[in-house]
Design a protein around this ligand. Sequence first.
Ligand code: ADP
Length: 405
Amino acid sequence: MPKSMTAEKQASRQAGFQLVASLLDALDRPLLVSDRRGQILFTNLHAQDSLQAQGLDAKPDLNLFRDVLHADRKTVLAQLEGGEQEVHLALETAEGPTRARVRWLPEPDWLAVFVEPAPAEPPADEAEMRQKVQDLIQEREITYRNLLAAYLRLQEANRQKTVFLASAAHELKTPLAVMKGYYELLLSGSLGKVSEKQREILRESKESCDRLVRLVSMFLNYSALESGKLVLQFRENDLRDCINDLAGRWKDAFQRAEVHLDINIDPSLPLFRFDYQKVQQCIVNLVDNALKHTPAGGRVMLHAGPHFWERRLAEASPLEERRRGAGHPPNSILITVTDTGTGIAAEFHQEIFEEFVRVDPSSSGMGLGLAITKRLIQAHRGKVWVDSEMGRGSSFSFLLPIYVE
Ligand code: ADP
């Protein structure tokens, strides 16, 4: 090779090194390169400043492991050769706590060390905050367990109270039946003639007695439901009989209240399986309510007929259900009790089906009738709802599926 060529090549190589060195100098943190023994081969400007600040720059036999990293050479090499990409070492330098990341460059068998600020420890208040959150979680857990235990105790106390009240209510049944019997006997005149005034008083007393009997039996039904004693007697029954049995009982009461009662039963109503007593009780509750809230001169309409109920549409409005159901064979029975009475404001349409809710607290009743009705209908896998507007009457409907699995 001619001499001039070699000089040219050397000059170009020199220029290449210069370029790399100035690029490494541009790094914003110290970089040191050493061979595997720890002899330093290159330092960028930042590293030179740092070594100078520690008084190491003038050390003739400066060794990376011994003087800069203060680490055991064999251990660091073993870690790197064992497959670790980087070995991290904490350093205390003139700039404060730093971290050295040692990398192995296999090809020239060198080590490159990057020095950077130590990763920030979580500030004291953050650790404190974490502890606080832990404490709060633990506290919440304890509160939850205490609340649950208190709730279970309350539930048991409530159950015992219901059982006690139920047995007290049960004790009232016999004397009430006796009183009712005597009023009827006196009213019949078989114990002697009664004047018109006495008859009026006896009739009123008997009505109060009837009301009391209804309240007691309502409460007994409720307590039976509450204590999980509800057992349905599913038999194939005729809903017509179930309603007509009641007509005689309503006749007097409606006449006295001067309210007209219309009963309309669809002739195509099939026999189906349901609990006769329980469904009868639901109808009684709805009709009694309609009568109670309808002033003299008003009307109560009871309608029962087959209906197509698409279960998926259980959330849809009754109107929508009727529209979608047109043309399908009936799979349920729809019973509706409509009155021309006081009506119920929309905000109470859900609540009235809850226990002990009464819209007008001055009216007689315990606010249990609709709650019991809802539970009994749900036990038949049916649903109950109300359409009503203040001053424009109410319409209570319930659906009973014909086939209950
Ligand atoms: P209660 O035994 O007190 O009548 P219900 O559960 O049967 O209890 O009814 C709850 C409330 O719903 C009643 O207090 C009444 O305010 C209202 N309500 C029920 N049915 C009717 C109706 N047909 N018209 C107007 N209000 C009604």
